[in-house]
Design a protein. Structure first.
Length: 288
């Protein structure tokens, strides 16, 4: 864990446009797809970890390559990076109205199918499949963390809250929650936001407390000293060997720190930060 915390001090590299191949994948009789970025180490014989990155509302799969620093981190750390495409504007994270067409989309099953397909195509390690998501993609990550029985090794949700209840967690696994303290779409103290419909958001701390209860985390959070405006709280002892971390980044809006600003007006999303490298932070938590 200390190795992960040390990465908070790293400055981010500038984000670039990254080429990726599109992989078709039918799921439940519906044509779907995901994009894949293979690191240079893929030329070797050793199986690599897999990171599945979920985009936010009104974004494309490729935006997770262009507006995050995950491809650079994948090349340095040596993992396969894939980004599935939502059927509509967003994944079915549980926010769609009951009975609607969007609410019927089985995105839990789709992302599990992506994991199995990537393992078959690219020979990734079955014990090292992780999922990260931004905004509503982070809410989809939290739905996976609640409902999926696929053996995901860890989850990271950025700028998001859960949209489905959790009577129980199907398979407890490590979970990282990341928020900016200047995020207008996830206010620190919660409240009503327009996204694009009026919606009431929970306070950031309330989301974390809810997950600490769901994961049956024991004891008080560890609180390392802040690094470069990044405050971390850690619960290392949760159900079935899981752990929980809450990272709050000072002065960050609804953005991916260390990358190009998201492709929406800054007055809507709030400020960006050049540091820390959020991709490095996420990866060091998931694969310490």
């Amino acid at each position: 864990m200390s190795r992960w915390l040390a990465m908070l001090a790293l400055a981010a590299l500038p984000a670039l446009a990254w080429a990726a191949d599109t992989v078709p994948l039918a799921q439940g009789g519906v044509p779907r797809s995901y994009q894949v970025h293979l690191p240079p180490q893929q030329a070797g014989d050793a199986a690599l970890p897999l990171l599945i990155a979920l985009h936010g509302t009104s974004m494309r799969a490729g935006d997770m390559f262009e507006y995050t620093d995950l491809p650079q981190v994948a090349d340095r750390a040596g993992f396969v990076l894939v980004s599935p495409a939502a059927l509509g504007a967003a994944f079915n994270d549980g926010m769609a109205p009951p009975g609607s067409e969007a609410a019927a989309v089985d995105d839990v099953g789709f992302i599990e199918a992506v994991a199995r397909d990537a393992q078959r195509r690219f020979g990734v390690r079955a014990d090292a499949v992780y999922v990260v998501g931004f905004s509503s993609g982070g809410s989809m990550v939290q739905r996976l963390a609640i409902e999926s029985r696929y053996p995901f090794a860890g989850f990271a949700a950025v700028a998001s809250a859960p949209r489905v209840p959790a009577a129980s967690i199907a398979r407890p696994a490590p979970l990282l929650l990341v928020f900016g303290d200047a995020d207008p779409l996830n206010p620190v103290d919660g409240g009503w936001v327009w996204i694009p419909v009026l919606h009431k958001k929970a306070a950031q701390a309330a989301t974390v407390r809810q997950w600490a209860q769901w994961l049956h985390c024991q004891g008080d959070a560890e609180r390392p000293a802040p690094v470069d405006g990044v405050t971390t709280r850690l619960w290392p002892h949760c159900a079935d060997g899981a752990r929980l971390a809450w990272v709050s980044i000072e002065g960050l809006g609804h953005q991916w720190a260390g990358a190009r600003p998201m492709p929406f007006p800054s007055f809507v999303l709030g400020p960006q930060r050049a540091t820390p490298s959020l991709g490095e932070l996420v990866w060091r938590f998931l694969a310490p």
